[in-house]
Design a protein around this ligand. Structure first.
Ligand code: IDP
Ligand code: MG
Length: 156
């Protein structure tokens, strides 16, 4: 298992509710590294590229309206098993079903307003990072994490 980089979005409800710091802190405390981060608006075109797999489902129009309504924070989060580690931190899709201790479990009681998006596979991560980040916007840099948060065994 090599180091992975995954796409995490703080959705408009997280920015509006002023809990970006709390959410970002969850990933940092877990030992994940912030490799890219920006506050941005999602255009309808970008929303369609990102959520295209859900087109035609009953919640799709509401989802696009929600994600385009107010700025989001887009992050490239890096670490060992980052895709699954971040999904676990987020909790189940619906806030009312998500376990306490997870981001959605602690901050959301809603189906749609569930604060965060996280790529669901390594392949999705590559595709989704390409939608939200351009050349040079995801950085490579050293942190102390490599020595004190995980070791060779965790990368094996
Ligand atoms: P995920 O975000 O946990 O991967 P997906 O099934 O990929 O969940 O759904 C994408 C997003 O669409 C969810 O995070 C949620 O915001 C929204 N969504 C999914 N199902 C429903 C629903 O039944 N009602 C309202 N919104 C939904
Ligand atoms: Mg999904």
């Amino acid at each position: 298992m090599a180091i992975e980089t995954t796409l995490i979005l703080i959705k408009p409800d997280g920015v509006q509710r002023g809990v970006c710091g709390d959410i970002i802190g969850r990933f940092e405390r877990k030992g994940m590294q912030i490799a890219g981060m920006k506050l941005m608006h999602v255009t309808p075109e970008l929303a369609e590229r990102h959520y295209g797999e859900h087109k035609g489902r009953p919640f799709y129009d509401g989802l696009v309206k929600f994600i385009t309504a107010s700025p989001i924070v887009a992050m490239a989060i890096r670490g060992p098993r980052a895709v699954s580690v971040c999904r676990t931190l987020m909790g189940k899709t619906f806030g009312h079903e998500a376990e306490p201790g997870t981001i959605r479990g602690d901050f959301s009681c809603s189906k749609g307003f569930n604060l965060v998006h996280g790529s669901d596979s390594a392949e999705s991560a590559v595709r989704e990072l390409g939608i939200f980040f351009g050349d040079g916007e995801i950085l490579d840099y050293e942190t102390c994490n490599a020595g004190w948060v995980y070791n060779e065994e965790d990368l094996g």
